[in-house]
Design a protein around this ligand. Sequence first.
Ligand code: PGA
Length: 264
Amino acid sequence: MNRKPIFAANWKMNKGASETEDFVKSFLSKLQGQDFPCEIVIAPPFVSLPKLADMLHNANAVQNAHAIQIAAQNCSQFDNGAYTGETSVLMLREFYVHYVIIGHSERRSIYGESDAIINAKIKKAREANLKPIFCIGETLAEREGGMLETVLRTQLTDGLKDISEKDLLETVIAYEPVWAIGTGVTATSDQAQDAHAFVRSVLKDLYGAETAARIRIQYGGSVKPNNAAELMACPDIDGALIGGASLEPQSFMEIIRNGCGHSA
Ligand code: PGA
């Protein structure tokens, strides 16, 4: 099954507009003349979206701008109104946002997002034709307690409740074991492949084999230039969601270079 790998930078709460500008200039100059067979996505903080949109989509767009797609790190499950601090999907659309990260473990654990809220956000994103990057993953205690499969199945089943097959096909799943995020501890390629294969088997139960085989599943959690190739060589891993190592243009580029060539 031909699934185009997708490498997404999740900058979290890093890089305002001027740092975003510096990064994009440097990254695109490094990218010059290279044509990787994968999608490259950057998810900056909300306030940096206008700068990114301006650089990539306006009349004076920087050279090679088409190589990057824009993502948001979150969206509201509501349309508009009295939701202080929130950002709607239609507001994101104004800045050429294509993807939106939903259900990141930091949103789940720090901001209390439940599977039901995540499900509502996925639906809202699809109403605006945004592509969700839907994050799932277990904590270390859950893994060690033998709960890995139960946790992943619940997150998938509840997060995708009433999501049509058509909308699922526009969704990317990001498997991110919580214990590997920002810790420097990466899942071994066997652990990652096993979890990805399990995720695909749950998608098969929910949507059938043909659809499950078409869904891209990214790995996230301490992906670095030196482990990208091995992880991406796994048959069910279709790219990466990268936090810390995406903050430097050089390391983000090396992850793409090392990972892209090896993607199964
Ligand atoms: P990390 O973050 O690469 O810094 O571990 C990944 C993520 O949270 O998406």
